[in-house]
Design a protein around this ligand. Structure first.
Ligand SMILES: Cc1cc2nc3c(=O)[nH]c(=O)nc-3n(C[C@H](O)[C@H](O)[C@H](O)COP(=O)(O)O)c2cc1C
Length: 327
């Protein structure tokens, strides 16, 4: 009964965040349970070869489903059961009670990645709150203390991103730099969400089209430099640290933790701007690990966090439309 009612809420569940906004999750209703799986065509093999961001995104989706169901009064629980051969992370099943969460569907709907200017970073109380969320699952949230080093690492990570043709090709396939793009309202990263003016979006389109020819002539360096430093836009950089020995199922669990930290920030009037390139590039991930005194494999996610000076545009979804409701 509760699972049948849950079906109507799925468009809201799709507001979950995912890397490059690929929305890789798939729900499959089977009798009295719902399989939570993924479609490999929506993974990011070039930029996320280990699948870390895929698993974080799937965990984010699971947590979002549970919050949305609880808000509607439905008794649904998640049973983790990560199986790569079946491309599933687990099952949504009828539960004895509503999922216990301080968050609600309105927060799911209004939370956004914010890539713009922040007037302030998180204060000590907010950092302690998100750290407590991660600690409850055996992890931690750490603030990166050295802004100068961070700036240097970000430049290295950006250059690394743009130096790899397969990563650039994959990014390009998820960029929606003009409203004329057929998938503009469905998925990917729009010019608006990236905060690009019409001229900037056109320049990036042109540069990416010329990439195969200009790559050896220094285009990767130019692209990295042209993207500017998000650190100049304010806020503090926070790292989500997993427990020692976090395995694939643990990364899915930490996708759930990631959602709880983002909703904790959102409830406090703050937002996150992920900088995954810092943990994608092994050199910068190692340097960050050394800086924080944490084994690099435990660094799961990095984001600039702060109080936005203005609203962020809503990102697209394949199901449920830009804000809400089924398209
Ligand atoms: C695991 C993960 C990694 C992400 N990495 C980045 C990133 O490196 N840079 C970025 O700008 N956004 C990143 N994002 C944010 C997504 O692009 C964003 O969630 C998606 O576009 C949907 O937008 P929304 O969060 O506003 O709903 C990441 C999100 C997730 C869940």
């Amino acid at each position: 009964m509760d699972l049948a009612a849950f079906r109507a809420l799925e468009p809201l569940c799709w507001r979950a965040p995912s890397a490059h906004n690929t929305q890789p999750w798939r729900l499959d209703h089977r009798g009295g349970e719902v399989r939570v799986g993924w479609d490999p065509a929506y993974a990011l093999p070039a930029s996320d070869p280990s699948g870390r961001d895929l698993r974080l995104s799937l965990g984010a989706f699971v947590e979002t489903c549970l919050i949305v169901a609880a808000d509607a009064g439905l008794r649904i629980r998640f049973v983790a059961d990560h199986r790569v051969d079946d491309r599933r992370v687990g099952w949504l099943r009828p539960g004895p009670h509503r999922y216990d969460t301080p968050f609600d569907a309105a927060q799911v709907l209004t939370r956004r990645t914010h890539r713009g200017r922040f007037s302030a970073g998180p204060d000590a109380a907010v950092v302690a709150a998100v750290d407590a969320v991660a600690r409850a699952s055996g992890g931690a949230v750490r603030v990166v203390p050295d802004a100068d080093l961070l700036g240097r690492l970000l430049r290295v990570a950006d250059r690394w991103t743009y130096a790899d043709p397969s990563v650039v090709r994959e990014l390009r396939s998820w960029l929606r730099l003009t409203p004329a793009h057929p998938a503009y309202h469905a998925d990917g990263l729009t010019d608006r969400c990236l905060g690009l003016s019409g001229r900037e979006a056109a320049a990036l389109r042109g540069a990416l089209a010329a990439y195969p020819v200009l790559r050896r002539l220094g285009l990767p360096r130019l692209l990295a430099a042209a993207s500017g430093s998000p650190l100049a836009l304010g806020g503090a950089v926070l790292v989500l640290v997993g427990p020692p020995g976090t395995d694939d199922a643990g990364q899915v669990e930490f996708g759930r933790v990631l959602t709880r930290t983002w909703l904790t920030l959102h409830a406090a009037g703050l937002a996150a701007h992920p900088l995954s390139q810092l943990v994608d590039a092994l050199a910068t991930r190692d340097a960050l690990g050394t800086l924080l005194g944490v084994a690099p494999q435990r660094l799961l996610h990095v984001a600039r966090v702060g109080r936005p000076v203005g609203p962020a545009p809503p990102s697209a979804r394949r199901v449920g439309g830009v804000g809400q409701g089924v398209r």
